[in-house]
Design a protein around this ligand. Sequence first.
Ligand code: ADP
Ligand code: MG
Length: 377
Amino acid sequence: MESKELRKMGIKKKSESVRVVIRCRPLSKKEVAEGREKVVNMDYANGEILVQKSVDEVPKRFTFDCVYDENTLQKDIFDETAFPIIENILEGYNGTIFAYGQTGTGKTHTMAGVLDSDEHKGITPRAFETIFKSINIDETKQYLVRASYLEIYKEEVLDLLNKGGVQKLELKEKPGSGVYVKDLSTALVETPEKLMEIMVRGNKNRHVGQTKMNHESSRSHSIFTVTIECGEVGADGKAHIKVGKLNMVDLAGSEKQSKTQAEGVRLEEAIKINLSLTTLCHVISSLVDGKSQYVPYRDSKLTRLLQDSLGGNTKTVMIANIGPADYNMDETLSTLRYASRAKHIQNKPRINEDPKDAMLREFQEEIQRLREQLEMA
Ligand code: ADP
Ligand code: MG
């Protein structure tokens, strides 16, 4: 359904903010051994974080949709942040879950976790299981599940599932359906185990890429995408199809790249590594400030790929990971400030379905809403 037509009829599409949660990892053994102090305190009930170096310093306060301290279980993070998004994917919405933060703060732990541990596995493997559990319950619908896995390193998009080895790919744009990766491998999947197999295969390719090109995951972004097509026969006897897409994103470390340069990486390389994150920052700023209509999505591969997740047709959760120790305080504050801005991004998620079905459903919802208003009057 064209939004212009809907507006003419007085039906507005709902917008919703990007959900932002914070997760703080425990002090590492090394940090404990070094006698590092914790500077982060969290209040789960109020979604509040206090950062304070010493008791006589005024604490810096931040509030978020939710805050998770070092004792939070992987299962709880999944249930509260990822599960609601996955439910929506099955209804035909797009969803993005992305982990942002300094290297070593737990992005990969949160997204992938320990793949073969029931307790410590992260969001991605749990998402695989949840998707198939839900699909198998509902026998009135037919589902088609596809997966792809890519990495962005030095502003190059690499296909991690290509059987012939890691390949560089191009981004293209189709009017109406947005940005896509040309020739990206997609695998049809019928079980959660198969999805896991694909992820492990992709991770190995990531490793090959790493040794070949001498990069670490802290300098590359990865996106694992699961697309779910749901077909259902309606009361009219015709097939109706909805398509939901889930992006699970593990970003490169957000710390300044000065350390990288000190290790001898040329400046040009360091800038490229950083370009996607710098642009992400610019995109968030321009979406939130709203001063200019122009949002620089096209300035980096990451922001082009996530365009729909930031200010578009997607339900998005940002998990900002932080460390608790004093020597990381500047990075922690920088992550919290950045995350605070992201809270104000407005998305307009809608079900991806045939425009005629959408019109019918939106009319039905509008009638229902008006009925409820009448009843209350
Ligand atoms: P990142 O991907 O942000 O660079 P990692 O996920 O690799 O960071 O985490 C760095 C280290 O800290 C790993 O050894 C990881 O197991 C550990 N870690 C991170 N978050 C947690 C957590 N919430 N609980 C326990 N260990 C964690
Ligand atoms: Mg990582």
